[in-house]
Design a protein around this ligand. Sequence first.
Ligand code: KIV
Ligand code: ZN
Length: 421
Amino acid sequence: MDETTQSAGKVCPRKVVLGKVVLMTQDHVVFFDTTLRDGEQSPGCSMTTQEKLTLAHALEDLGVDVIEAGFAMASEGDFAAIATITQAIRKPKIASLARAKQEDIEMAARSIQFADRPRLHVFLASSDLHLEYKLKISRQEALDRTAESVRLARSLVDDVEFSPEDATRSDRDFLVEMVRVAIEAGATTINMPDTVGYTTPEEYGQMFREVRERIPAVDAQNIILSAHCHDDLGLAVANSLAAIQAGARQVECAINGIGERAGNAALEEIAAALYVRRDHFGVNTSINLEKLYPTSEVLGQIITFRPSPNKAIVGANAFAHESGIHQHGMLANPLCYEIMTPSLVGVAHTHLVLGKHSGRAALRHRLEQLGFTLTREELQQTYYRFVALADRKKNIYDQDLVKILPETIRENRREPVAELD
Ligand code: KIV
Ligand code: ZN
């Protein structure tokens, strides 16, 4: 009999054999957080070293495996922030990004020299578009630079990740060749980014399957394949999950989905999807799910914007219900309209919002919480007044509810279980 236990938001598969519990290992997906690098590269998201450090501590508590702390060559500030983070953060690996250039790689290596577990992340474009127009180099030159730069990186740091930039718009044979060269030169993680958010889940999954099939060294040498998706078509999370299903065992993502243009894949959405649908994905992560919302809050306080209210997992409306039918169902059994409890991801509680779509059940529930018990008739009368008010007013506060109650009920208020908001 197979069972799945849940502890602190982590999936632990176990097998019960003749009354004994035998722990089985389940595939672990490495969470590589790039909020401090790709995330910071977007408008309104730049952070001081102190702010980066605050977020890095939150990411450590969240349980990410790798923190990409910055792009050392970009500025002195970036270098300093990476170096500071390496000295304060111990559990996650700290990655530093470098172009496939000697000076970048040496600078990146210096920025992580005091890290307990440093990672050097080297990237070079693989699409003809980038090679011809941006870098103005031939395919052969790109292969040579891949080999040289990964070899140099490996001579400085044991853990080297290589990313063929714009992988999803690259000639497939050339992409495979570049990945092969990077592995032969010593890369231990191969990240295949959808740099411009162009791919689809089927296509992206197929790319991972093909690379695994065509390069036996991937599985033979335990090379970790990694997904890195941008959200230009709103597919970043779906594409990342498709890659995981096709064998990717690292996913690169950012808190609140911040990142270049439309952003990176949202960390909280991938982590929640892998947990809530663990029956489907069957993989393990080290993310402490109850830290998802608090971490999103830390980021929201640092940068200039919050996630949109309808953003999955961390948006203000992610656990809010206004319509009468939904509120009635929620009061009867939260499973009717919620696939996870708010507390699973660190949100304090479900929010039944009283508005013009609400019904009697939610109105009674809120009034009960505030200490007012109404008979059927009193509720009916109060409900008519409530609907009339809600037609005129967008937000109904507790004070508004109290005002529309008959005098006698107001006077007989019991001990409330909730404070007036
Ligand atoms: O989107 C991208 O291609 C990148 C690389 C540097 C990994 O961010
Ligand atoms: Zn990116």
